[in-house]
Write a protein that binds this ligand. Sequence first.
Ligand code: PEP
Ligand code: MN
Length: 337
Amino acid sequence: MIIVMSPGATKEDIAKVENKLKSVGLQAHLSVGAERTIVGVIGDKKIIGNLEMNMLPGVEKTVRITEKYKLVSREFHPENSVVDVDGVKVGGEQLVVMAGPCSVESLEQLREAAQAVKAGGAQFLRGGAFKPRTSPYDFQGLAEDGLKLLRQVADENGLKVVTEIVDKDDIELVGQYADLYQVGARNMQNFQLLKALGRAKKPVMLKRGLSATISEWLNAAEYIAAGGNENIILCERGIRTYETYTRNTLDLSAVAAVKELSHLPIIVDPSHGTGRWQMVQPMARAAVAAGADGLIIEVHPHPEIALSDGDQSLTPKKFNVLMSDLERIAAVMGRTV
Ligand code: PEP
Ligand code: MN
């Protein structure tokens, strides 16, 4: 349930509402907007069902929420959320670009990639140190050595670090090196990991599962928020369909849907979304035009020898071209790059 306070509601009115909720064991979640305050109610469904709040002073109306996710819903929080990742704001006027190789392979490879993505205008260096590969015989990542390289090279270039976490027991370790935890598509419904990240101190980027509905995805985000960590960025990375020409089907309609349903920022991954470098640039442009708050793009200095995802990686030169294209699209959308 949400309780919509009238524009003239006083602080005392809001406090009365909060106290009443507390007294019956419910939690109040305040969203203070320019016009009015909205109080989201969390707790036992039965208690909420019997709740009578309309009579309290300053209450304009109460609205039942049908969806199971609450904290991440736009009903609970009508204004867009901006997630601050160590000073870089995701979801504000400026688009955020995260770029770098699929996997951290070596100091030389990562340094070359980082210099290129910085020069192109990215704010984040991406790179996997723990790789969730389809085959156990494929390169699995450099683990902590990879995390160290990410931190070192990102710092050399004034970039933030985003990297994937696959195991809840690694939260502390990854958090020592990363600015933003990435939950990959294969772990979107790893509820133990999501719960543990709910207690983590750093923001989380939650990729959409390979065959997850938008509702399942937002419920996964709710797991993190319910644990107390509301600094969540969603990432559309394509879903499984019958199409085989592309690696996945990039669902750009999810950007518009998420903007309706949730206040969380959403970025798009056209690299995994298509699996083909030729399609990355047009889909990146389309993502920004659809209203995405940013992009995550695979860039490798030598895609032909990449240990993973070379087919979908841009060269530094192509990444540069993409970034200058984005500037023009961003301007049309009233945003900057
Ligand atoms: C990645 O970003 O490196 C990755 C593995 O992506 P996804 O989880 O979307 O497949
Ligand atoms: Mn990849």
